[in-house]
Design a protein around this ligand. Structure first.
Ligand code: FAD
Ligand code: SIN
Length: 558
């Protein structure tokens, strides 16, 4: 099945084409399913559970199934469930936080389909905290930017509870197979077919590295869903788990999908400043319960920043902290939760325990906090059915750009977005069945011609350099000069990484570095394109807002 590259001129424009052409000969394992899901967080599991009655599902996940941002979510999931709350108010708060760039139609869907999505989570076994017993109303928290208490939670480990329940339900379903330690590395589009198939850019599945054997497998499906989460690990300080290296965004980009608004990286204002163990999120719910921010002189600096003070939208709080730290030359500010006193432990047991490990008593001592990269508002561009610009490819959860978050996400809207839009994707995929590709015309990976050896220290060094560049030059407040420096440095790293990628055996750390370097550059490219300050993108060179803001769209022509 050795094809003539000359017959397929588009291959020669793909950066991985020469390597692929060397590799396609030795067939390894080929799997065919009805739905291929990449990622086992809230988005992937919701999609899988929703389609499983109607076909086979494989969920590929790059380490263990519960290693996800979902598992770490603390504060909760926003939805209108209280009698004194209403859709209009949730819509208004979301639009206000999004600073003029939200897609109103997407926000309205999110909010109006929220309660049904919550009912489904409960039916799948998620136990949200309630007042007055098992059947009582939900206990609702309030967080930054919300004018009402509308955050459903499970103690202060909401994400762990959601991940537990959905994983249990998925594992119990006979049509769902969860395949751990599978690192999806490239989407299969028509460029990987040995016969011409379709003129539209179409996805037929993905190649994945089996980390336990080192073999590359071919996973074929008429429907592929990217649910790969965010990109926090392109920054030096992040609340995200190690798996968040922007893989789905990089894969989609290489395959030719549209990506949007990647400049809007949300820095959570309050992660525990712990130089020994690293950052740990101190939920906004702690401020929602009355805690306040103070600087090293004890001054409550949010008082004059915004009418909502310490509960202002995150971009405003993070910038105020950044300014205060820079002005005083401090490495952190402090969260004063003394208003909670002895209730701090019962209300936030997990956060209390982690603070204690670092030597601080929540409710008694001022807790040192600093902003950390937390959430990506942009992503792979999708429509209201979660379809990407590639036929057969959907994207859901944090890796997707639905238009809901605009220039700044409202707290606790992301878990809701993941559920609502994964449900929409599933319903759309079921309503529009697609043909399967013939496995015989799909090229297999061939690792001939690559060298075995690449020192891990080189890869680690380059990944650390990417993180450092992003933290120093593409942080909370930006300048064109810093962005251009970041772009130039990242270009050099990209060239070095691509040279490794073509010549050496693939390892997970090399794949993560390649994806992180690519997504970091995309963030910088988007940031350079936005010539205004809005929401999470704050530029000293363009301090004003544009009159008619537009999404930043990037696309790689394959
Ligand atoms: P994830 O849950 O991150 O799952 C991504 C999955 O993709 C993982 O299984 C990963 O292994 C897999 N994956 C990635 N790349 C590959 C690859 N190449 N091959 C195979 N698998 C791959 N949001 C809220 O709404 N409320 C909160 O209270 C809240 N708190 C948060 C607290 C923390 C500390 C963090 C980090 C985030 C928080 N968020 C919160 C954000 C929210 O948790 C995430 O946006 C959401 O969980 C993302 O879900 P997801 O399914 O898109 O991705
Ligand atoms: C938090 O608990 O503060 C995080 C909530 C979120 O990221 O939405």
């Amino acid at each position: 099945m050795c094809q003539d590259p000359g017959k397929y001129p588009s291959w020669s424009r793909l950066d991985f084409a020469p390597r692929f052409l060397r590799r396609h000969k030795t067939a390894k394992l080929v799997h065919t399913v009805d739905h291929l899901v990449i990622g086992s967080g809230i988005a992937g599991l919701t999609f899988a559970l929703r389609v499983a009655e109607r076909g086979s599902v494989a969920i590929l996940t790059k380490t263990t199934a519960d290693e996800t941002s979902t598992r770490w979510a603390q504060g909760g999931i926003a939805s209108v469930t209280a009698p004194d709350d209403d859709f209009a108010s949730h819509v208004r708060d979301t639009l206000e936080a999004g600073d003029g760039l939200c897609h109103q139609d997407a926000v309205e869907l999110l909010v109006s389909e929220g309660p049904e999505a919550i009912r489904e989570l409960v039916a799948w076994g998620v136990n949200f905290t309630r007042t007055g017993g098992k059947k009582g109303p939900f206990d609702l928290h309030r967080e930054g930017g919300h004018n009402r208490a509308r955050i459903l939670h499970a103690g202060d480990i909401t994400g762990a509870e959601i991940e537990r329940a959905l994983l249990e339900a998925a594992k119990a379903h006979p049509n769902i197979r969860i395949v751990e330690q599978r690192f999806a590395l490239e989407l299969i589009t028509q460029h990987f077919l040995v016969e011409r198939h379709d003129d539209r850019l179409t996805c037929h599945g993905a190649y994945a590295l089996d980390r336990t054997t080192g073999r590359i497998e071919t996973w074929l499906a008429p429907v592929t869903v990217l649910c790969t989460g965010g990109l926090g690990q392109v920054y030096q300080h992040t609340t995200n788990p190690v798996v968040a290296t922007g893989d789905g965004i990089a894969m989609a980009w290489r395959a030719g999908a549209r990506v949007a608004n990647l400049e809007f990286v949300q820095f959570h204002p309050t992660s525990l400043y712990d130089p020994v163990r690293g950052p740990f999120l101190i939920s906004e719910a702690v401020r929602g319960a009355g805690a306040v921010l103070v600087d090293s002189r004890g001054e409550r600096f949010m008082e004059h920043e915004h009418p909502l003070k310490d509960l202002a939208p995150r971009d405003i709080v993070a910038r105020a902290i950044d300014r205060r730290m820079k002005a005083l030359g401090d490495a952190c500010v402090f969260l004063d939760a003394s208003v909670l006193g002895s209730h701090a432990k019962s209300k936030f047991p997990n956060i209390h325990a982690r603070c204690l490990e670092a030597g601080f008593r929540l409710g008694v001592d001022p807790i040192p906090v600093t902003p950390s990269a937390h959430y990506l508002c942009g992503g792979i561009d999708t429509d209201l059915q979660a379809r990407t610009s590639i036929t057969g490819l959907y994207a859901c959860g944090e890796c997707a750009h639905t238009g809901i978050h605009g220039a700044n996400r409202l707290a606790s809207n992301s878990l809701l977005e993941a559920v609502v839009f994964s449900r929409r994707a599933a319903d759309h995929a079921l309503s529009k069945p697609r043909p399967r590709v013939d496995p015989r015309i799909v090229a297999k990976w061939n690792k001939k011609g690559t060298q075995e050896h690449r020192e891990e220290v080189v890869i680690r060094h380059l990944h650390d350099t990417v993180r450092r560049i992003m933290w120093d030059f593409v942080g909370i407040v930006r300048t064109t000069d810093r962005l251009e420096r970041a772009s130039a440095h990242l270009r050099l790293i990209r060239d070095e990484v691509e040279a490794f990628y073509k010549a050496t055996v693939i390892t997970p750390s090399l794949l993560e570095l390649r994806n992180a370097a690519r997504t970091a550059r995309l963030v910088v490219d988007c940031a350079l394109k936005r010539r205004e300050s809005r929401g999470l993108h704050s530029s000293l060179d363009f301090p004003r807002k544009a009159k008619e803001p537009v999404d930043t769209i990037l696309r790689h022509r394959v």
